[in-house]
Design a protein around this ligand. Structure first.
Ligand code: KIV
Length: 263
């Protein structure tokens, strides 16, 4: 008897095409997950379209000052664990600082990431200057999520500031959005981009825009899970935490210590 071949459907795989089709149909919900534990909780609900193994784990999980210091192999190890949990959302791997500075280096590292983690797509920070690199990765067969506006991997140059406030900066962001789409990205993250500009880009592009700290006019939103559940202390300014899990954990630990003769 021949076994039925595994197809995208039998694997229940979310493809880049599935995500593009959501534009104009519903808001795209994207969240980060860095571990099997949280990814399983989030993915089982089937309300999250994209799960990102973000390089923000550098700060959120490991207390680093910036995202630049996270080693690729640590992110790969985390993504392998997240892959085991994610059955519904599209799983995207955030290429960390220094892993895509040239075409050759980018292709080598993307191949390593896909072979070792089996993620569905990668995210590349940068606009027009990354156009060629993005199109080479897409040509390889790996969908790319773009990321423009505030680039955390370049905070040493820009600082953490709202982007697109001046005419020049708005023009550059618009050019970046067009370049990323032209290169074949299936979606683009707009980080800390002025709301009017986010709206203009969202209307102009055929691919969905996913905003973070960029207002409500994008095709979707992305957030760091630890921020919205109130684990990150203090929460970032642009975030509305929906609860205070850090406080709840403290209360549980105090009760546990008391009940067990400590504290
Ligand atoms: O690393 C990350 O978490 C990100 C998102 C916030 C877009 O890049």
């Amino acid at each position: 008897m021949r076994l039925r071949p595994l197809t995208a459907q039998t694997l229940n795989m979310r493809t880049a095409t599935d995500i593009v089709k959501l534009k104009g149909q519903k808001k795209i919900i994207a969240l980060t997950s860095y571990t099997y534990l949280f990814a399983k909780i989030v993915d089982e609900l089937s309300v999250v379209d994209i799960i990102l193994v973000g390089d923000s784990m550098s700060q959120v999980l490991f207390g680093e000052r910036t995202t630049a210091t996270i080693p690729l192999d640590i992110m790969i190890w985390c993504a392998k664990s997240v892959r085991k949990a994610v059955k519904n959302a599209m799983l995207v791997f955030d290429m960390p600082f220094g892993t895509f500075y040239s075409k050759e280096v980018a292709l080598q590292n993307v191949i390593k990431v896909v072979k070792e983690t089996d993620v569905d797509a990668v995210k590349i920070e940068g606009g027009s200057e990354k156009e060629e690199i993005i199109s080479e990765i897409v040509e390889l067969g790996v969908p790319v999520m773009g990321h423009i506006g505030l680039l955390p991997q370049k905070v040493r140059i820009s600082g953490y500031k709202k982007q697109g406030k001046t005419e020049d900066s708005a023009k550059k962001i618009l050019e970046d959005a067009r370049a990323v789409e032209q290169a074949g990205a299936f979606t683009v993250v707009l980080e800390a981009v002025e709301e009017n500009l986010s709206e203009r880009i969202t209307k102009e592009l055929k691919i969905p825009t996913i905003g973070i700290a960029s207002g409500d006019k994008c095709d979707g939103k992305i957030a760091v899970l630890e921020d919205i559940v109130g684990l990150t202390q203090p929460p970032p300014k642009h975030i509305k935490p929906y609860d205070n899990l850090a406080q709840k954990i403290k209360e549980i630990v105090i009760n546990y210590a008391k009940e067990n003769g400590g504290g």
